[in-house]
Design a binder for this molecule. Sequence first.
Ligand SMILES: N[C@@H](CCC(=O)N[C@@H](CS)C(=O)NCC(=O)O)C(=O)O
Length: 219
Amino acid sequence: MTLSNERSNLEILPILYSFRRCPYAMRARMALKISKTKVILREVVLRDKPDAMIAASPKATVPILVLPDGTVIEQSIDVMRWALSQNDPHQWLEYEDQANILIEQADGPFKTALDRYKYHTRYEDADPEIEQTKALNILQQWDTMISSKNNFFGTKNGMADYAIFPFVRQFANHNRSWFNAQDIPNIQRWLEVHIASSLFQSIMHKYPQWKSDDKSTIF
Ligand SMILES: N[C@@H](CCC(=O)N[C@@H](CS)C(=O)NCC(=O)O)C(=O)O
């Protein structure tokens, strides 16, 4: 590949602002990876957000995907949907309507309880034990849905599984021994399978903080 070809290839790639440990960014990276959509990855440090990211999306949360035509996708679920609309080799979108309902529950009540459990000192009125129980109640519902299948809908993992498990991982990691002691065997097994999966491992590579004069990192 000549230098000019290489340069023009880079110019046509979307740019992903991402943060390795953010569960929203994880779900976006998994969808991009499975769809084989190449992007330029810019690793963000949340307390030192790059000007280019704030200019693209003033709300400045990760992930943000900037398409070559200038379109900005600033919700993680929309990044997933966009990537899978390019290429969905494992039919993640098959049960999309059902998945959307579950993802609303995950991004709404489950995430609220997770934040108020994990970061309870940031909320004046948050009791971590009450929030832990609220999250556990949702996990118990999900445990029944998964039963022995190891996935939410149909016979294989799809959008719901990949969009939700990074948040369950975050919840579990806050107090692993407590999590492991709960009676949610299907969720516990499902989570372990996802954490060990080659897809998840492949999106957890560590990148240094992006600086505007860095060479492009292709993800
Ligand atoms: N609804 C957004 C939420 C994204 C979000 O809140 N990401 C967090 C990091 S996990 C963030 O960027 N927070 C901004 C900050 O901490 O300044 C999405 O689905 O993409």
